[in-house]
Design a protein around this ligand. Structure first.
Ligand code: AMP
Ligand code: ZN
Length: 111
């Protein structure tokens, strides 16, 4: 399948990997929007959050986000965890991913 994040998860395209387990891979965003900007993706291809129905995988991704937040030292200062879905959500890569953003004060509402 010609999917960027599938290729990164399989190691076919290089990325700065920060965490991985049997279900999940996390790597630095190529175009960071904050001092810490990490993407957390499932190894299996899912188009978006709408395709996620495995509770164990959902928890694995959230636990990976917490682990990376702790390793990056933003667990105490705080962070934002979000997933863009579809066109209005601003999703540009059609493989489910959580954005972990931190290291600066986030604004609200988002643009
Ligand atoms: P979204 O717009 O929510 O689909 O997020 C896609 C994210 O993937 C963007 O923040 C991009 O900067 C990031 N991105 C695109 N290509 C790469 C890549 N090769 N390695 C790491 N991050 C990437
Ligand atoms: Zn994929």
């Amino acid at each position: 399948m010609n999917c960027l994040f599938c290729k990164i998860a399989r190691g076919e395209i290089p990325a700065a990997r920060l965490y991985e387990d049997d279900q999940v891979v996390a790597f630095s965003d190529l175009n960071p929007q904050a001092p810490v900007h990490v993407l957390i993706v499932p190894r299996i291809h899912l188009d978006s959050l709408l395709a996620l129905d495995d509770p164990a995988l959902a928890l694995a991704m959230l636990n990976a986000a917490k682990t990376v937040a702790r390793e990056k030292g933003i667990d105490e200062t705080g962070f934002r965890l979000l997933t863009n879905v579809g066109e209005d959500g601003g999703q540009s890569v059609p493989h489910l991913h959580w954005h972990l953003l931190g290291g600066r004060r986030m604004e609200w509402p988002p643009g």
